[in-house]
Design a protein around this ligand. Structure first.
Ligand code: SF4
Length: 332
């Protein structure tokens, strides 16, 4: 559970350097740092404390934009939380065939509940008062992909229905229920571990530990099946698969002699493309260099201010940036 009070205190002493022990490295931070320094500053500094009604306007807007999601990210998140919820609800069902049916049914119940909640929160625009309520960048910025809430939800409904048709006919439900029910780690939670003395934060994964293996599952939705081509099963390119490599590195530190196997269930709205990934471990020089660059930006004795974080020069990155509202208000 994040320590909100500590964050608030840190936001209050904004002109100081980052206190010792506050920094963690993660693949998401690394990629955002490389994409745009200003977006990185918005997400990891300006947004902190923005939930407080007494925060300044820019900080509150930043906090709201930080929580915007996108249609495809949401589809993937709902499916992932549906699997976590289903596994916890069917823990007592021991017969494998019954477990398979119960898994699908419980996932569908979770998806239906998420659709109802989404409809309620979006139609009332609850996120404008509580940014943690569901909001979509496509609707907030009126990108034209969806003209209204109803259109977005109707497309979500179509995609979920297709997903379950394909998922039910695939090998995946059988694979999931074949794993010992007692070996699952649910619900997924954030973890931090040390890698070459650098604190690394691990995104939440759904995983089971069984028979000398850590088996993790993730769901990802893509707008276009073309996005799925060129994907490597081993992900041994230094920069690619960093998220997966972080999990493999944590596995090695936590469960010696266990291997990591990730089932990445990729869905494009036209097809299901499950991939099995056996990730290698993190590259220590990449993590060390990346963490050093970030710390240099924030721990230099002059405090942290927006002027030190220039905008990206690649305009195409701005088109999908969650902070494009605040960024254009502050001027590039
Ligand atoms: S809109 Fe562009 S320049 Fe501004 S924070 Fe986002 S990516 Fe960076």
């Amino acid at each position: 559970m994040p320590d909100f009070k500590r964050w608030l205190l840190n936001a209050a002493k904004f002109s100081n350097d980052l206190p010792q022990g506050e920094f963690t490295w993660s693949p998401a931070k690394h990629f955002l740092f490389k994409r745009c320094l200003r977006a990185w500053y918005f997400r990891h500094y300006l947004a902190q404390g923005g939930w407080d009604l007494h925060a300044n306007d820019n900080s509150m807007q930043c906090y709201l934009e930080k929580y915007l999601t996108t249609f495809h990210a949401w589809i993937g998140n709902v499916l992932e939380s549906a699997m976590a919820s289903a596994l916890s609800n069917i823990a007592g069902v021991r017969v494998e065939k019954e477990r398979e049916e119960a898994l699908i049914e419980e996932m569908q119940i979770h998806v239906s509940t998420s659709m109802i909640t989404a409809e309620q929160q979006l139609s009332r625009e609850e996120y404008l008062h509580d940014p943690k309520k569901l909001s979509f960048a496509e609707l907030h910025y009126q990108t034209g992909e969806f003209s209204c809430v109803e259109e977005l939800l109707s497309e979500a409904y179509r995609q979920f229905r297709l997903f379950f048709e394909l998922f039910t006919d695939s090998h995946l439900p059988r694979l999931i229920v074949s794993i010992d029910p007692l070996s699952w780690h649910l619900p997924p939670e954030h973890k931090t571990f040390y890698y070459h003395e650098i604190p690394v934060s691990l995104r939440p994964w759904i995983f089971a530990v069984s028979r000398k293996k850590l088996i993790a599952f993730e769901f990802r939705s893509y707008p276009d099946p073309e996005d799925l081509t060129g994907f490597s099963n081993t992900e041994d390119n230094t920069e690619s698969g960093l998220k997966e490599k972080t999990l493999a590195t944590w596995t090695a530190s936590r469960y010696r002699e266990h291997t990591t196997e990730i089932h990445s269930i990729r869905f494009s709205g036209e097809g299901l493309f499950p991939r099995k990934i056996i990730p290698s471990q993190l590259n220590s020089s990449l993590v060390g260099k990346s963490a050093k660059e970030m710390l240099k930006k924030i721990n230099h004795g002059r405090g942290v201010a927006i002027e030190q974080f220039p905008c990206t020069e690649k305009a195409e990155i701005c088109l999908s940036c969650h902070f494009r509202g605040l960024c254009s208000k502050l001027g590039r």
